[in-house]
Design a protein around this ligand. Sequence first.
Ligand SMILES: Nc1ncnc2c1ncn2[C@@H]1O[C@H](COP(=O)(O)OP(=O)(O)O)[C@@H](O)[C@H]1O
Ligand SMILES: [Mg+2]
Length: 201
Amino acid sequence: MGNIITIAHQKGGVGKSTLAVNLALCFQDQLKIALVDTDLQGSLYHSREEFPGLEIVGANRLEDIADLPHDLVIVDTPPYLSNKLPNLFAQSNFILVPTKAGFFDVMAIRATLALVHEAQTINPQLKAGIALNMVKPRSSITADVADLLESLGTPLLRTRIHDRVSIARSSITSGILHSTDKKAIEEITSLAEEIVQLIIT
Ligand SMILES: Nc1ncnc2c1ncn2[C@@H]1O[C@H](COP(=O)(O)OP(=O)(O)O)[C@@H](O)[C@H]1O
Ligand SMILES: [Mg+2]
């Protein structure tokens, strides 16, 4: 049984699917990866032709997720608190909670973090981290929001992903790693490394 990284935030539009696919592409040279799309809207699953080298499987595989013969399973989740999340979280090794630095995004994050904390009481090995995504350059809101997020009991990851056209376009250009945007590549690679470090320590 491989490691499971689940990406969750009950709000839509915070970058769950974007980070899920780009993290999967980052790891796929070294590891046998499955990307599981549990969003019934199925955006990743339906765009799987865009990523020919990547194994993207549908939500029906959720039941047997722990039996998938992969080194690493990355699970994308829907933009609401699905009743499948508690079980999924309890089986995961890491929960990544991406968020924008907006007021409503941060208000909405608490419900997801509460589920993470519940899962951590059942599975004490479970690690989690919040990642600031779509960060605007030189925005003072980001610093205020970072302070607030630090107080919520789930670590705020060091890596910040900025608001970049190359990232917005990454789902139609076979992923950020294939772009020429070095800064975007650095950010996604750094996020992948930070998550691996947290899982193995
Ligand atoms: N760092 C970023 N910079 C620019 N656009 C982004 C970034 N992350 C995500 N997006 C864009 O924001 C929108 C929402 O992202 P998506 O991954 O679908 O969010 P979610 O899965 O949480 O609903 C998409 O159009 C995506 O291309
Ligand atoms: Mg999504």
